[in-house]
Design a protein. Structure first.
Lengths: 351, 413, 294
């Protein structure tokens, strides 16, 4: 790996030991938070410029930013690629829908509880599953997600089964006034900002360094005293929390939800594509990847109605071949080595 | 972080922001008024052009396109004394309900208030709630599930008969025409909301007709393996097997029943699948004498000024698209027709006026009778029951539009 | 009792076909550590080849499947040699993403070329069934099952007895050492992928004979391949066979004794349990259990 990584390792060790770095001036430490705040303010300003339907499109972008950041915690930082991440989305969504329609909860309570339930579920299945590695972990989580979808489909008394379940939004059953496109824009923005915040916090504190250590060499990390099980499970639960919050918001926005959509494997794949194309294991990568990909697919869908998926597939292939390490990492490494050529990039990873 | 990375991040955030802002356009673009200005009647259609429902979505698009051609061939619709050309804007919802709903919002932004539905009950349900909130109007061509209309929506109108009629009409036709009468009916159903509503309607109709109804057997939606369900009912020796299905499961029931030796003396009746040409092509001889229900056949009674009779419609579809019409084509054209007629009746393209005109619409058409009850459903048009005879679907019920006699019992022993 | 037997027979027959679909997937994953998300689309592509030959020339699908195998072999070789080989040294998700993009491309391509209409390949004999007592054995499925078994055993023989096969296995075990020994790794990888694609295509034609298909069906087969490959142990072809039969039986018995819609949940429960308690799969040790998997 490049020299930057080695210096980062040294910084990592120092930071792991002392909790902060002696070399970094204070203003630089606060920079990511400042940028985040700036981004949020810009998005708030943007809202006044958008029509209702466009708000919805941008809300979808925020939704995927949050999803990508959530996945990045377990997949990017820790290196455990979860292919069943959508299970948290679905659990968050269905818990909210069930709580609001059967138990009369109001949405805000449901939101918080759904997030916690998803996190708890993550901790629960994380304990047995995080013992697996690599592709095995990926498939096991996929199995859990698909299995959960089937379970939800088969308890219609609770979840409505294949026929779906509706959150009450009109009449006396409605516990919370429907937020409308304006409201959901703000809510999704909030959730997305929260996810980026969590990501920044994880990236720069002891926990995050423990995760990165696990990613690089789990046995060495364990030998250095990192409690790998606790770290991994916590990461999984945290990613579940973020994803669950998104799911809960989604359920309220959609009003009527179905198992095939809330546990759709396509959503997980999109999350992974966004993070990897943006650059996994970074804070900025998932953000950029989510924005770029969602924007691109929306644009293609509107202007190339017949063939948009085909073009999207071609673009993904091109992006993966030319930028396998993701955009952010590519730029970082290129600055480092001065080697900007994409062809050289291709040569690096090919057989 | 190094200063380079910091400035990189700054640039990236700004770039992302600009990207998002640029892609969304500025507010000044909004066109005033609905209907897209003078001279055209703009209608938005969110279609399932890709994804799981692509096939049915393509047929729905054909129906909408033919409607556009027919209306514009007469110079346009006659709205408020002027001829306005029909302009249908198509978008792909990739067969996902949330995208379908999002597209309705996007149409609303562009000032398009008159909407033609996507395919299927799930998508239509998602769209209906947005329509209600935005004050748009939707003509529903393919969302039959009664659940959509139990929610108190006032701005969605379905031209097709409700889901409960799909299987019930087959039962009714058997009750009326079958000699000797069967005794036991078995119902197999896919587990999605629409199919379950259909199955319930069929079970209720069968009980009312005095038949013994076995408990409904469910299987996963979209499966091509229904062997478990068939094996379970084999021992009960049902006289008729009714399938509340879509094309894949419908074909699977017939194929696997033959493989497993499940031979009901009265034969099979299925929803959705038998009227489609693919059904007879795929099954060949095994499709003979299977009953099916259809929203429309080319012998449906009625005519209107744009499409003529059902037979004319069939000719037009075949000429334009090279295949015999599926009822999905017809119901789509009918929905478009309903909107056009409502606009003409209201004399305006204003959403509220069109909505009221639709609510009061009462007219004949190539699709049959178009009229809506206070929930927005078209309960005034019976469904047709067809039977596959010599590889073609022929109408056998209601008797006044029947092309041939029902062959009973369906299965030769 | 006869219901149980019927379900068992049906499950085994179905399982054999599933095994053929999955064995290539397992081989590719085991040898090259590539998870091919486009595998299901190869199956459907094979089905379309068989269907086109049948509808244009009346070629019997059980002969057409050989043509499908050849076509898919070529497609697979080209894809691996000149596309996937470009990223194979990168982090594992890269190949995942590449095959995801490929899957989008192929499925949409089929949608555009063949339309989303459901197709089926009809033969005069496939729908008939042999009667064994009270149990019926469908002819089409039986043929597919037998062919699946034969091909799997042929594959094992190819891999274990011929130089080509051994070079593939060697490359999978230790690529660097294999190259040092004179094995052309790029070619070996391309061959592996090509074989997997050919098997998928062959199975696809048979799928078309016993059921209906359209482009949207591809995803389901990829998912099933995942499950079966892991159950059987990656790279282990007998394991894929066992895994396939097991899944077929689980689905058939589950469908019989549980309410009809719990079947899929059961299959996934089996998968997760096996992974948790026996991660290297059900059948013996996976060939590559010792390899560093990250």
């Amino acid at each position: 790996m490049s020299s930057e990584a080695r210096t980062e390792d040294a910084e990592a060790i120092e930071r792991a030991a002392t909790g902060r770095s002696a070399r970094e001036p204070a203003w630089r430490r606060w920079l990511p938070f400042g940028l985040l705040l700036l981004g949020v303010l810009v998005m708030l300003g943007l809202q006044s410029q958008l029509y209702s339907g466009q708000e919805r499109t941008v809300s979808a972008i925020f939704m995927f930013v949050a999803l990508a950041q959530g996945w990045n915690i377990i997949g990017g930082f820790t290196g455990y690629a979860s292919f069943g991440q959508v299970v948290f989305f679905g659990i968050g969504g269905y818990f909210t829908a069930v709580a609001m329609s059967h138990w009369g909860f109001n949405f805000w309570v449901s939101l918080v509880v759904s997030g916690l339930v998803s996190a708890a579920f993550g901790a629960l299945i994380g304990l047995p599953l995080l013992r697996l590695k690599g592709h095995y972990f990926a498939i096991a989580t996929l199995g859990v997600a698909e299995g959960m979808r089937e379970v939800v489909t088969n308890v219609p008394q609770l979840t409505g089964g294949g026929a779906g379940i509706s959150v009450p939004t009109v009449g006396k059953d409605a516990t919370t006034h429907y937020l409308g496109n304006d409201g959901f824009y703000l809510l999704y923005l909030l959730v997305a900002a929260l996810s980026v915040l969590v990501s920044i916090l994880v990236a720069r504190n002891k926990f995050g360094f423990a995760l990165r250590a696990i990613h690089q060499d789990e046995d060495a990390a364990a030998a250095m005293g990192v409690n790998t099980t606790r770290a991994k499970v916590s990461a999984f639960a945290l990613s579940g929390l973020v994803t669950g919050l998104v799911g809960s918001t989604y359920a309220f926005q959609q009003v009527t939800i179905f198992p095939e959509r809330l546990f759709d494997v396509d959503i997980t794949v999109l999350m992974v594509v966004m993070v990897v194309i943006g650059g996994s294991g970074t804070v900025l990568g998932p953000l950029l990847g989510a924005v770029a990909l969602q924007f691109l697919s929306e644009y293609l869908r509107r202007n190339f109605t017949e063939v948009h998926t085909f073009i999207l597939g071609a673009i993904i292939i091109a992006a993966v071949v030319l930028l396998p390490q993701g955009a952010v990492n590519y730029v970082r490494e290129a600055r480092q080595s001065g080697e900007w050529s994409l062809l050289a990039n291709v040569r690096r990873y090919r057989l | 972080m190094r200063s380079k990375s910091k400035s990189l991040s700054l640039v990236a955030v700004v770039a992302a922001t600009t990207l998002v802002a640029a892609g969304c356009g500025s507010k000044g673009e909004k066109t005033a008024g609905s209907g897209g200005g003078s001279g055209t009647l703009t209608i938005g259609a969110s279609m399932s052009l890709t994804g799981a429902l692509a096939r049915e979505g393509a047929l729905t698009k054909e129906g909408y396109e033919l409607c556009q051609d027919k209306v514009n061939a007469k110079g346009g619709a006659d709205v408020g004394g002027k001829k306005v050309k029909l302009d249908i804007k198509f978008q792909d919802d990739t067969s996902k309900p949330d995208t379908a709903a999002q597209l309705v919002d996007q149409f609303n932004d562009q000032g398009v208030k008159l909407i033609l539905s996507s395919y299927g009950s799930a998508n239509t349900e998602a769209q209906a709630s947005v329509i209600e909130r935005n004050g748009q109007v939707m003509a529903d061509s393919a969302g039959a599930d009664n659940k959509i209309f139990e929610k108190g929506y006032k701005r969605t109108f379905a031209v097709l008969s409700p889901a409960t009629e799909y299987a019930a009409s087959i039962i009714k036709s058997i009750k009326e025409l079958a000699q000797p009468q069967p005794k036991t009916i078995a119902i197999l159903s896919a587990d999605d909301g629409f199919s379950k509503t259909v199955a319930e309607g069929g079970a209720a109709a069968a009980k009312e007709a005095g038949y013994t109804v076995l408990p409904t057997q469910l299987f996963p939606n979209g499966t091509s393996d229904v062997s478990s369900a068939l094996t379970k009912i084999k021992g009960d020796k049902p006289d008729v097997i009714i399938g509340s299905v879509h094309l894949v499961e419908g074909v699977a029931i017939i194929k696997q029943a033959k493989e497993l030796g499940v031979v009901p003396s009265g034969g099979f009746g299925e929803t959705v699948a038998p009227p489609t040409p693919d059904f007879a092509k795929t099954l060949g001889k095994d499709a003979e004498n299977v009953l099916g229900s259809s929203q429309w056949t080319d012998s449906t009674k009625g005519s209107d000024k744009y499409f003529g009779t059902a037979k004319d419609y069939a000719k037009d579809i075949t000429a334009k698209y090279g295949h015999a019409p599926d009822y999905h084509d017809a119901e789509a054209s009918a929905a478009c027709l309903a909107l056009v007629l409502a606009a003409e009746k209201a004399g305006s393209t204003d959403a509220d006026k069109v909505r009221d005109a639709l609510a009061g619409l009462d007219t004949e058409s190539f699709f049959g009778h178009i009229k809506f009850n206070d929930k927005g459903q078209n309960v005034y048009k019976p469904m047709s029951v067809i039977q596959v005879q010599n590889g073609k679907a022929v109408t056998v019920w209601p008797t006044d539009s029947a092309e041939a006699k029902m062959i009973w019992p369906g299965t030769k022993q | 009792m006869s219901q149980f037997l019927q379900a068992t027979i049906y499950g085994l027959l179905q399982g054999g076909l599933l095994a053929l679909i999955a064995v290539g997937f397992s081989l590719v994953w085991g040898v090259m550590n590539v998870v091919n998300l486009a595998h299901g689309s190869f199956v459907i592509l094979g089905a379309y080849v068989g269907w086109k030959l049948n509808s244009a020339m009346g070629l019997d699908p059980f002969l057409g499947m050989l043509v499908a195998a050849v076509v898919l072999f070529a497609v697979g070789y080209v894809l691996q040699r000149w596309l996937i080989n470009l990223v194979i040294n990168g982090p594992i998700f890269i190949t995942l993403l590449l095959t995801f993009g490929l899957d989008l491309l192929i499925v949409q391509g089929m949608n555009i070329v063949f339309s989303a209409d459901y197709r089926s390949i009809n033969t005069s004999y496939a729908g008939d069934s042999l009667a064994l007592g009270s149990v019926r054995v469908p002819v089409g499925r039986l043929l597919a099952f037998v062919i699946a078994l034969v091909v799997t055993f042929a594959l094992v023989a190819l891999v274990n007895r011929t130089r080509t096969g051994l070079s593939i296995m060697a490359t999978g075990m230790d690529r660097g050492a294999a190259r040092l020994m004179g094995i052309r790794a790029r070619h070996a990888y391309a061959l592996t992928f090509a074989i997997a694609a050919a098997l998928a295509g062959m199975a696809g034609t048979m799928v078309g004979t016993v059921g209906t298909f359209n482009p949207a069906a591809a995803g389901g087969y990829t998912l099933l391949s995942f499950v079966i490959a892991v159950l059987g142990g990656l790279g282990n072809m007998y394991g894929a066979l066992v895994g396939g039969l097991l899944i077929g039986l689980v689905e058939a018995w589950g469908g019989q004794y549980l309410p009809g819609t719990w079947v899929n949940a059961l299959a996934f429960a089996v998968l997760v349990l096996v992974l948790v308690f026996r991660p290297s799969g059900l059948v013996g040790r996976a060939y590559y259990a010792a390899r560093q998997e990250v």
